[in-house]
Design a protein around this ligand. Structure first.
Ligand SMILES: *Cc1c(COP(=O)(O)O)cnc(C)c1O
Length: 530
């Protein structure tokens, strides 16, 4: 063995997983190795990608109208560009062309946007020969993406017009930028108490503890016996004014459970008692739950929204994320109430990039901070990425007549089928509630052991083996990689299975391999007790 179990347990869940992968690839049973650790989806959205290519092709032709020397072309002209695009497209022959036409009709009829301007922004954006201006987000991208967030996450609340967006390099950058700017603007100081809903995506456990931040974590736990639903009594802890911020992943990862209406009300009540509470909600799995409602839509003034296109549209390599903040928000208010020393320091920080630093909004500070302030003028997500976000969003806005988006529906059905297969083959009880996103699940090895072979055997497993032993053997012998739940703040024996990354037929096999390995442990237990 390359690494011992004690060393292994010190590593983060994602690092353990890559060690497991090495073992699984040369597993003793010569099984085809199955990596169910990865959250990366194994599907993509095709329509938006094809549309992107068509606009690129159109943009290159347009560019030749101004300069045309060999492989060199010029700038795109705005005047009349919408009509030239219509002439270029063949909506009767190509579905992606029809989608572009339908999108422009939607933007005209529903949002009343000037089409030459919109087409110019998209074309120039995809060609990518200008720095992103405005740097926080392109003008029409902000309008389109606000509509998308409103339609997918707000459950009927109308917040598109009052939300400012910043397009980021995936949810990853959104998280990094949020921690950084909260700290730079003295909204979070070393020793401050921040709540998180555990188990949780590992960075939210690891970042606050870093030397850069030194925050104190308050875990708001959820448990398997409640099907990972967070209890209102846990959320009541947010009412304590010493809790400065609440970092929440909703639906959670790895529990895959969304806040229900009762939990949302509990958050609202807590804010009444702790009105300065800053909430950062990471809703990247929101669309996997029907009737999802984000915390942002019930507490818009206290909440920063983080979203990513990575999971739903199979776009992890593109790095497409968003930060949303209401135009009226507690972050700006708290900045305006900082003491004079802090205000002076921040004025010095931002005075080279804005005329009146005191009035600079927090979301613009995040944008400036993302490029160490000094490079604020060249900040912003690359323009082709921003247009890719628009196009993914438009597949929803244009075709989700009423509330049914067939692509989103299929993505739910896909993870749902895999979840069912896994649970049926293990023989574990399924959580069929609407709030279960089923993108991941946590299976409890000790619980399965007890149910199948009794409590003496379960105790034997707990007493005789290190916490990662089962995970390790599963990789080494059976070639199956799952993720250790402990790294996510879950308890020993709970393993995360991703329903996103493997061919659907493999989920039965995974269940079977788990049971096979458990049976081997049981055989050695029996031998010992003879
Ligand atoms: C996958 C994931 C992200 C990262 O999203 P990217 O857009 O790929 O950077 C953020 N938050 C959670 C909870 C995730 O699971």
């Amino acid at each position: 063995m390359v690494i011992n179990e004690k060393q292994l347990e010190k590593l983060g869940a994602f690092e353990i997983s890559s060690e497991m992968l090495k073992l699984a690839k040369k597993n003793q049973k010569s099984n085809v190795f199955l990596n169910a650790g990865r959250g990366n989806p194994n599907w993509i959205n095709t329509l938006a990608r094809l549309a992107f290519c068509r606009i690129m092709e159109f943009g290159v032709r347009e560019s030749r109208l101004t300069i045309d020397i060999g492989d060199m072309a010029g700038y795109v002209q705005t005047n009349g560009i919408y009509n030239r695009l219509l002439k270029f497209l063949s909506p009767d022959d190509r579905r992606e062309d029809k989608f572009i036409v339908d999108s422009l009709t939607y933007l005209d009829k529903e949002l009343d946007l000037p089409l030459d301007e919109v087409v110019a922004e998209m074309t120039n954006g995809i060609i990518g020969n200008n720095y992103p201006v405005p740097n926080r987000i392109l003008k029409y991208s902000e309008i389109i993406l606000n509509k998308y967030l409103e339609s997918t996450l707000y459950d009927g609340e109308k917040l598109a017009d009052s939300t400012d967006l910043f397009a980021t390099e995936g949810g990853t950058a959104a998280i990094v930028y949020a921690f950084h700017s909260l700290s730079e603007n003295h909204l979070l100081k070393p020793g401050d108490k921040v709540a998180i809903n555990t188990p949780i995506f590992t960075p939210y456990l690891e970042i606050p503890e870093l030397n850069d931040y030194e925050l104190m974590e308050l875990d708001l736990g959820s448990h398997e016996k409640d099907d990972w639903e967070i209890r209102a009594s846990e959320l009541e802890k947010l009412a304590d004014p010493s809790v400065k911020a609440f970092f929440v992943v909703n639906p959670s990862n790895p529990g895959s459970k969304a806040f229900d209406r009762k939990a949302l009300t509990a958050v609202k009540h807590a804010i009444e008692k702790n009105p300065n509470l800053m909430i950062i909600t990471d809703d990247v799995y929101g669309t996997f739950v029907s009737d999802f409602k984000t915390i942002y839509s019930v507490a818009p003034h206290n909440t920063m929204l983080v979203y990513s296109f990575s999971k739903l549209y199979g776009a992890t390599g593109w790095r497409l994320g968003l930060i949303g903040l209401n135009q009226e928000n507690i972050f700006d208010k708290k900045i305006s109430e900082l003491d004079e020393t802090d205000k002076k320091e921040l004025a010095t920080r931002y005075e080279h990039v804005v005329v009146d630093p005191a009035k600079m909004k927090f979301i613009d500070r995040i944008t400036a901070d993302s490029r160490s302030v000094g490079l604020y003028h060249t900040s912003g997500l690359s323009t082709p990425q921003q247009i890719m976000e628009d196009l993914f969003a438009l597949t929803h806005l244009v075709y989700a007549s009423g509330s049914v988006d067939s692509y989103i529906n299929e993505s739910r059905l896909l993870v749902n089928r895999r979840y069912e297969d896994l649970y049926k083959s293990i023989g574990a009880k399924e959580d069929v509630s609407r709030t279960n996103a089923k993108y991941y699940s946590l299976i409890d090895i000790y619980k399965i052991a007890e149910e199948k072979y009794g409590s003496d055997f379960e105790k034997y497993l707990e007493d005789n083996f290190e916490q990662v032993d089962f995970l390790l053997k599963l990789a080494e012998k059976n070639g199956v990689v799952l993720m250790d739940g402990v790294g996510f703040g879950s308890k020993a024996g709970e393993l995360r299975v991703s329903e996103a990354n493997l061919p659907t037929k493999k989920y039965k096999v995974i269940g079977q391999q788990v049971l096979d390995l458990l049976q081997e442990y049981h055989e050695s237990f029996e031998k010992k007790n003879k």
